[in-house]
Write a protein that binds this ligand. Structure first.
Ligand SMILES: [Zn+2]
Ligand SMILES: [Zn+2]
Length: 343
């Protein structure tokens, strides 16, 4: 059975692509994957153990065609194939911690990644012991890998990866073993070019406009120099995406995720189980909402649900979170979420 529907949720465009229960290679062909340049695909939303309708925690961020995988629970490659993304190469796998529900999908993704030609390495970033896990899996499973794997172990607050126009940072959170939260931040974008200002300064339409737009001054035939700041508006902020799971409340977390356009954060339990959450080093949906509120994020997507909750019962967790932070939604397996520029 393949069901799909489009759904708009509070304050955000959430495209519910499809829920597949029995069919592996089925996709909503009406959906244009190329129309957005930053989007998130939810590959699994469960914590602890997978359920028939709920894979283990994993999300895939696509930015300008580059793919970043955050956590990789068992069955992640199945969700990827269900999405029929025509995905090619994951650049980086960012691992929160080495509990089974966050890493057991890695061997499968590594083998799947050997199905495409690639010259670039695949980076795997995570807390201590991620290298041992990856290397031992490769060795014991005799994996055929036709590309370079670069593993980087990190433990504190630092920039862990940088690319053109963005960087990925991590910071330690507080779980039953070393665990990391991540954010991907884009650099500010240039301001809007003002053609009237350019014309008024006597800059002829053509290559000089492009030069100014690229941030370089130009010299006119008259000898006058025109600076980019004379024809460009103020810089505009880039987007920010944050991923937080398997932690208790940590001071400084709202600062770390501050101003995210989208925060994906665990809401494993309802507020009635706050003591359990504290003991097991997890967050309730209400605590996730407080982090979102204090951090001033645009939207909060809850994830890593306890298997004790049915789909219907998750609405209670959502309701509790929305009392604190109205722009909260429940992530769903195989959901696509657009992250447009705000301005
Ligand atoms: Zn977990
Ligand atoms: Zn855990």
């Amino acid at each position: 059975m393949c069901r799909s529907n489009g759904a708009v949720q509070r304050g955000c465009r959430v495209v519910r692509i499809a829920l597949f229960h029995n069919s592996l290679f089925c996709a909503n062909n009406d959906f244009s994957w190329t129309s957005m340049n930053m989007e998130l695909f939810v590959l699994g939303t469960g914590g602890m153990m997978p359920l028939p309708s709920r894979g283990l925690t994993s999300v895939l961020l696509r930015r300008e065609g580059e793919l970043f995988l955050f956590d990789c629970g068992e069955g992640t490659q199945v969700s990827l194939r269900r999405l029929a993304l025509r995905w090619k190469k994951i650049s980086v796998i960012l691992v929160s911690h080495t509990h089974a529900d966050h890493v057991t999908g890695i061997p499968g993704i590594l083998m799947l990644s050997s199905q495409v030609e690639r010259n670039e390495p695949l980076y795997i970033i995570g807390p201590p012991r991620i290298r041992e896990y990856v290397e031992e899996s490769r060795r014991i499973l005799d994996m055929y890998i036709n590309y370079e794997i670069v593993v980087k172990e990190v433990s504190g607050a630092e920039t862990v990866f940088e690319g053109e126009g963005y960087r990925i940072r991590c910071r330690a959170v507080h779980h039953t073993k070393p665990c990391l939260a991540y954010c991907l931040e884009e650099q500010p974008r240039p301001g809007v070019f003002d053609p009237q200002a350019a014309a008024a300064l006597g800059v002829p339409r053509g290559p000089m406009w492009s030069t100014l737009q690229s941030g370089t001054s130009v010299r006119l035939d008259s000898g006058a120099e025109v600076q980019p700041g004379q024809v460009m508006g103020p810089q505009r902020r880039g987007r920010k995406f944050s991923f937080v799971t398997d932690t208790t409340w940590v001071p400084g977390l709202p600062d770390f995720i501050a101003d995210s356009d989208l925060l994906i954060c665990e809401g494993m339990f309802g507020e009635d189980l706050e003591e359990d959450a504290e003991e097991k080093k997890h967050l309730t949906s209400t605590q996730a909402a407080r982090i979102a509120l204090q951090g001033g994020v645009g939207r909060l997507g809850l994830i890593h649900y306890s298997p004790r909750y049915t789909e219907r019962e998750l609405k209670r967790l959502l309701h509790q979170a929305r009392r604190i932070f109205p722009e909260t939604f429940l992530t769903r397996d195989l959901q696509a979420i657009d992250l447009p520029f705000k301005e």
